[in-house]
Design a protein around this ligand. Structure first.
Ligand code: MF3
Ligand code: CO
Ligand code: CO
Length: 284
């Protein structure tokens, strides 16, 4: 596919605003700029924020309930019940054939783990629960790590470091700078701690559909990527590995992504809106 770099289009017969001229100045220099459709209105941002509030409520509720002895099927059921009670929809269910309400990714599972009755949580496990809520047509996407009982120190450090990577990514995302800064900062921090960054999966635009532009890589691609313009809504969701960054997808279920060396992986995710002052979290 040929990328259309000249994609900030002025409506016919309307004077360009200062905002238009600013985006156009980047476009004229050959930078990748977002199409106008990626800039959310205030009304859309408020809708995404409301979806975010429910999404956060779910992840908070799970803090109280996740413990040794439960199954990932239990987690799925709690997510489904809470979402329904709040008049919302679980975006993962039936998304490209995904069979459950959320993703539960245990230990060496990087992401997209499928909840099931056979999978029990044991002392020392780490698990990511990734929840995406649709409320009145607006999407919010976030995930957290949960630790069960006594987790090995190095594994605990992996979980903490993955959280720090998200925080560092947030700081690196500046309006009128480029998306590439995010992955550059994240990879530096992960590597400094002896960990690696998954390359095959990325953060993404969201808000009015599940996944859209921009692609938010979490490693240093050595490319600038898309210009970050106020009003863009997207996720950052670094997956940090204990060993190799390489992963594979389970051929049987077509979803579960696992580390190549079967060492643990950790991930944290938020949905943000870019403002003139930097990122604002919509899934707090
Ligand atoms: N929530 C995941 C993300 O962060 C996507 C899950 S897709 C699903 O982008 F189908 F597995 F739910
Ligand atoms: Co996401
Ligand atoms: Co997610």
């Amino acid at each position: 596919m040929v990328r259309n770099k000249k994609n900030w289009i002025l409506p016919k017969g309307v004077e360009p605003t200062e905002f238009d001229l600013k985006v156009l100045s980047f476009q004229e220099k050959g930078h990748l700029v977002p199409p106008r459709s990626l800039i959310k209105t205030q009304e859309q941002i408020e809708g995404i924020r409301r979806a975010g509030e429910i999404n956060t409520g779910i992840l908070d509720m799970l803090e109280e309930k996740i413990c040794e002895g439960i199954t990932t099927e239990d987690i799925d059921r709690w997510v489904a019940e809470y979402t329904e009670k709040h008049g919302a929809i679980c975006a993962p269910l039936n998304y490209e054939g995904f069979p459950k309400h959320c993703c539960t990714s245990l230990n060496e599972v990087v992401c997209h783990g499928i909840p099931n009755e056979e999978e029990e949580l044991w002392d020392g496990d780490i698990i990511n629960v990734d929840v995406t809520t649709i409320k009145d047509g607006y999407f919010a996407d976030a995930s957290r790590m949960y630790m069960i009982g006594n987790v090995e120190p190095r594994t605990k450090r992996l979980v903490e470091c993955a959280k720090e990577c998200l925080e560092i990514g947030i700081e690196a995302a500046k309006p009128w700078h480029f998306v590439g800064e995010i992955g550059k900062a994240i990879e530096k921090h992960a590597n400094k701690n002896g960990f690696t960054v998954v390359r095959d999966l990325c953060g993404h635009g969201t808000g009015t559909c599940f996944h859209e532009d921009p692609e938010v890589d979490h490693y240093n691609t050595r490319k600038k990527g898309m210009l970050l313009v106020p009003g863009m809504v997207f996720t950052i969701e670094p997956m940090i590995n204990m060993g190799t960054w390489e992963v594979f997808c389970d051929e049987e279920d077509g979803w579960t992504v696992v580390t190549e060396d079967e060492l643990p992986s950790a991930q944290w995710e938020h949905t943000f809106v870019m403002t003139e002052d930097g990122l604002e979290i919509l899934t707090h």
